[in-house]
Design a protein around this ligand. Structure first.
Ligand SMILES: NC(=O)c1ccc[n+]([C@@H]2O[C@H](COP(=O)([O-])OP(=O)(O)OC[C@H]3O[C@@H](n4cnc5c(N)ncnc54)[C@H](O)[C@@H]3O)[C@@H](O)[C@H]2O)c1
Length: 458
């Protein structure tokens, strides 16, 4: 069965198509021809955006620019404030609603625009039958709960990277997407970057010979939170802290726990290993053709942590090494921030910068004429990851970074973090998705979920 038919999303669009067609038959001179065009309401994918901070806001703007979709609602537990990554930037629910209304108020002629709804609780968006898909840019500890519930509600999902907080979270997301026939795009936008694709094609076609080593960089911590003895702060007005914590353990409020800075605390994220690693390790996995598998070994080489009792407990400096079948090694290091990923082969090297703007090869002629005979087919998405998602929601096809890809790439980040935290060398079985011979490591594949957010409780 076409998944669209089984969902509330499909029902809404089918209803609109039928209504428009009936109206056209009844009064053909009144209904404009554009009703049946590509951007007709029946074809537009309707969106609810959840999490409107440092990343959610610009991603929402990309969707606003796309005439094939329409943002109907926004949701954030923060009514609106500064305190995000960039000083002085006002983000959250109300600034997002205002931006949506300003955009459509300007661009939609005819005065029929009804405005954008703003919610504190994402479940109100999921309950709406007129919303086809959700954009999730809340912190990592929310990705799985929101995605699973969205799939159950028949919504397609654009979910920011890293796919989940833990490997078990991600497995639940893969199951939900498959069970409910949903389209999920992971926010690993390098998958829609033609430069990165060219690098992957070069590597996979054998242009650098046999791959020996890959280096994937992650950045240093760009903020340092309070040290041992830090004191809780009062929760700001307009910020629903309990709903921010959600499935994570109860903890006293401090501003450095939440907006943007959550990524440096293992309760909500995985430090720069999952933050930047979800980009650089994703490119490594793609180049190595490992989207349905992964390394077989992971070894902690070096990790630095802030003093015990600091609010930020994620490693500040990291180096771990993975081994892939066939002996290729992958070094994930806190390294040169301008370089994202380097592939080294027996006959050359290719290096891509951290913005994916350019790549360098040694020897330099690799760029133009050193493709092997057997150029592999690599998914081509053209420079707009959000548009690729909308196109795939419409065509019911796999997007550039489907849930399985997001899961496999983030798994490399998670097993790296587990090795770093245990200070160990571990064997990993990528098919069973378990460590071999380490119960301590296997116990870190999942995390306890707060009672009220256990799947059985919601
Ligand atoms: N693809 C990329 O390049 C990229 C870049 C930056 C961040 N990200 C990802 O985006 C996600 C968000 O990161 P950020 O830097 O924007 O963080 P942020 O703190 O700036 O924004 C997160 C927003 O989510 C809101 N939020 C928290 N819980 C919520 C809930 N239950 N319901 C609704 N809203 C909730 C917060 O109030 C905040 O406004 C992370 O997973 C991060 O890894 C991706």
């Amino acid at each position: 069965m076409n998944p669209e038919q089984s969902s509330s999303a499909g029902t809404r669009r089918d209803f609109l198509r039928t209504t428009a067609a009936a109206a056209a038959l009844a009064a053909p001179t009144i209904v404009p021809a554009s009703v049946f065009g590509a951007a007709a309401p029946s074809n537009r994918i309707t969106l609810g955006c959840i999490g409107l901070g440092n990343q959610g806001y610009p991603v929402m703007q990309r969707f606003l620019e796309n005439e094939q979709c329409q943002v109907l609602a926004v949701c954030d537990v923060n009514r609106g404030s500064d305190g995000y990554k960039n000083e002085g930037q006002l983000l959250g629910r109300e600034p997002a609603r205002e931006a949506v209304e300003k955009h459509y108020g300007k661009s939609k002629s005819g005065g029929g625009y009804k405005g954008c709804d703003a919610y504190n609780d994402f479940r109100e968006i999921l309950a709406r039958g007129d919303i086809d898909a959700v954009v999730i840019a809340a912190p990592d500890h929310w990705h799985s709960t929101m995605t699973v519930q969205a799939c159950e509600a028949g919504k397609d999902v654009y979910c920011e990277k890293p796919l989940g907080l833990t490997i078990a979270d991600q497995q639940a997301m893969v199951r939900a997407v498959r069970e409910h026939n949903r389209v999920l795009q992971t926010g690993s936008h390098e998958r829609s970057n033609p430069n990165v694709r060219k690098v992957v094609e070069l590597v996979r076609s054998g242009a650098i010979g046999k791959v020996k080593r890959v280096v994937a960089n992650v950045g240093r911590h760009n903020m340092i939170g309070p040290g041992p003895g830090w004191q809780p702060m009062p929760v700001p007005e307009g910020f629903d802290y309990d709903m921010w914590l959600g499935p994570a353990p109860t903890a006293p409020y401090h501003q450095d726990r939440c907006l943007y800075r959550f990524r440096f605390n293992y309760d909500y994220a995985g430090g720069q290993v999952t933050n930047f690693g979800a980009h650089s390790l994703d490119i490594a996995q793609w180049g190595l053709g490992m989207d349905d598998s992964g390394p077989v070994e992971v070894e902690s080489i070096y990790a630095e942590f802030l003093p015990k009792g600091s609010l930020f407990n994620a490693a500040t400096f990291t180096h771990f090494r993975c081994k892939y079948p066939g002996g290729v090694s992958l070094e994930c290091v806190t390294g040169e921030p301008s370089v994202r990923c380097v592939f080294e082969g027996t006959e050359g090297l290719v290096r891509i910068d951290n913005q994916g703007r350019e790549f360098v090869t040694i020897p330099s002629d690799l760029k133009s004429d050193r493709f092997g005979d057997d150029v592999p087919e690599v998914y081509a998405s053209n420079d707009d990851h959000q548009r690729n998602f909308i196109d795939c929601v419409k065509s019911r096809t796999k997007p550039a970074a489907p849930v399985e890809v997001g899961h496999r790439s983030a798994t490399v980040c998670h097993i790296g973090n587990i090795a770093l935290r245990l200070g160990k060398k571990l064997k990993w079985d990528p098919q069973a998705e378990r460590f071999v011979g380490s119960e301590a490591a296997n116990n870190m594949l999942s995390r306890p979920v707060r009672e009220s957010w256990k799947p059985s409780a919601v």
